[in-house]
Design a protein around this ligand. Structure first.
Ligand code: URA
Length: 234
């Protein structure tokens, strides 16, 4: 059982005081009857709630895959900058957050959810979850770079980075590769290439564990995870 005002606020219909006003105005129906008391208790499994004519269903946990575009920050709110949460138009829950940070200029896969346990499992370096990035760097990549990344590299932290896998896709003045890492330190991929004497000019995350960026999503687009994708992440 849950208080009606909490239910509505959790589902993103407004702040607690905003939804209380709506309730008192009689705009919220429970099983077809206007309920004017914010502390009224509803059964979230059974009761049908309608707000201003629209049914409100309860979403305990939400999972979205976003193709993060460059130029937005991986935060929940910001006074000046556009955030990844601003891009999720249909969200119900107000407690969503991005799982891990991508830099402002990084694109690609970002999971947005309110499932804290899943976020912990995906981000903890102890869990060894692969994160794969497509990277374009200035300069040529060599076998030596593959070896050094596989051994772990000094990026100015206490310890060397965990072993990373580099697959070179194209070599030249600007080279392209896929790199797989299992941790997510601040600017990690950029710092790893910097330590090899190469600067990253473009970075995009392609996958995180079993979750692979949907090629149909253009930068800035998102969709809900399918049940298979969600279940696959455990
Ligand atoms: N590594 C980086 O350097 N930047 C990112 O956004 C993600 C990983």
């Amino acid at each position: 059982m849950m208080r009606l005002d909490k239910f509505l606020a959790d589902m993103g219909l407004g702040t607690r005081s905003e939804v209380k006003k709506d309730i008192r105005k009689g705009l919220i129906l429970v099983n077809g009857t206007p309920i004017r008391t914010p502390e009224y208790k509803i059964d979230i499994q059974k009761d049908q709630v309608t707000a201003k004519g629209q049914p409100v269903s309860y979403a305990k946990q939400e999972y979205y895959m976003l193709n993060k575009p460059a130029g937005v920050i991986s935060a929940t709110t910001d006074k000046k900058e556009k955030t990844v949460l601003d891009l999720i138009g249909e969200k119900q829950r107000k407690d969503l957050f991005p799982v891990g940070r991508l830099d402002k200029d990084t694109e690609g896969l970002l999971l947005i959810t309110n499932d804290g346990e899943l976020a912990h499992r995906l981000l903890s370096p102890k869990k060894h979850v692969d994160k794969v990035y497509y990277v374009r760097v200035q300069g040529e990549l060599a076998e030596e770079d593959i070896r050094r990344l596989a051994e772990g590299i000094d990026i100015g932290e206490e310890k060397l980075t965990l072993p990373a896998r580099l697959v070179i896709r194209k070599n030249g003045q600007f080279s392209e590769a896929e790199i797989t890492i299992q941790e997510g330190k601040f600017h990690q991929v950029k710092r790893m290439f910097h330590a090899l004497g190469k600067e990253v000019v473009y970075l995009k995350r392609l996958s995180m564990g079993t979750l692979v960026l949907d090629g149909n999503l253009k930068p800035g687009e998102y969709r809900k995870l399918t049940k298979e994708e969600r279940d696959g992440l455990c």
